[in-house]
Structures are given as structure tokens and as C-alpha cells.
Design a protein around this ligand. Structure first.
Ligand code: ZN
Length: 76
């Protein structure tokens, strides 16, 4: 039996990964082989835990949504 107490940490799951080189953000849940996330160097990755964080980068840091997995935020 697990007890939810104050020592329990909220689980923060990485949902979006940005590439600092290509300035693209991928939605891990929808990512495809074509996203080539597996090719990204660890140093080139920016992790986002929520859509809000990802959106902030899209709006303020010049990131673009991946056309494969985050097409609703993809702009040409
Ligand atoms: Zn993608």
C-alpha cells in the first residue's frame, strides 16, 4: 500500500524535446522515425515537461514545431 504524503515527489515527465541546432520541438508521444530524435546529441537537446513550456519556446525563443509530430505548431 502506498501512502501519498509530503515526501512524494510529483513525477515530471519529459513530453517534448527541442533541438537547439534545428530549432525544432518534437512531441515524444507522436514522434516518428523521421523526427530523428535518436540522432540528436544530448548537448543539443532541450527538454520540456509541459506544452506550456514548449509553447513558450515556440513563441519567445524562435522554435518551430516539428512537421511530423507537432504539426499544429509547425510554421514554414
Ligand atoms: Zn518530430
Amino acid at each position: 500500500m502506498s501512502v501519498i504524503g509530503e515526501e512524494e515527489e510529483p513525477v515530471r515527465k519529459v513530453e517534448y524535446v527541442g533541438n537547439v541546432k534545428t530549432k525544432e520541438i518534437h512531441h515524444l508521444m507522436n514522434s516518428l522515425y523521421a523526427c530523428q530524435i535518436w540522432q540528436m546529441k544530448e548537448d543539443d537537446k532541450v527538454l520540456f515537461y509541459t506544452l506550456e513550456e514548449a509553447k513558450k519556446a515556440l513563441e519567445e525563443d524562435g522554435y518551430n514545431g516539428c512537421r511530423h509530430c507537432l504539426s499544429e505548431y509547425h510554421k514554414d
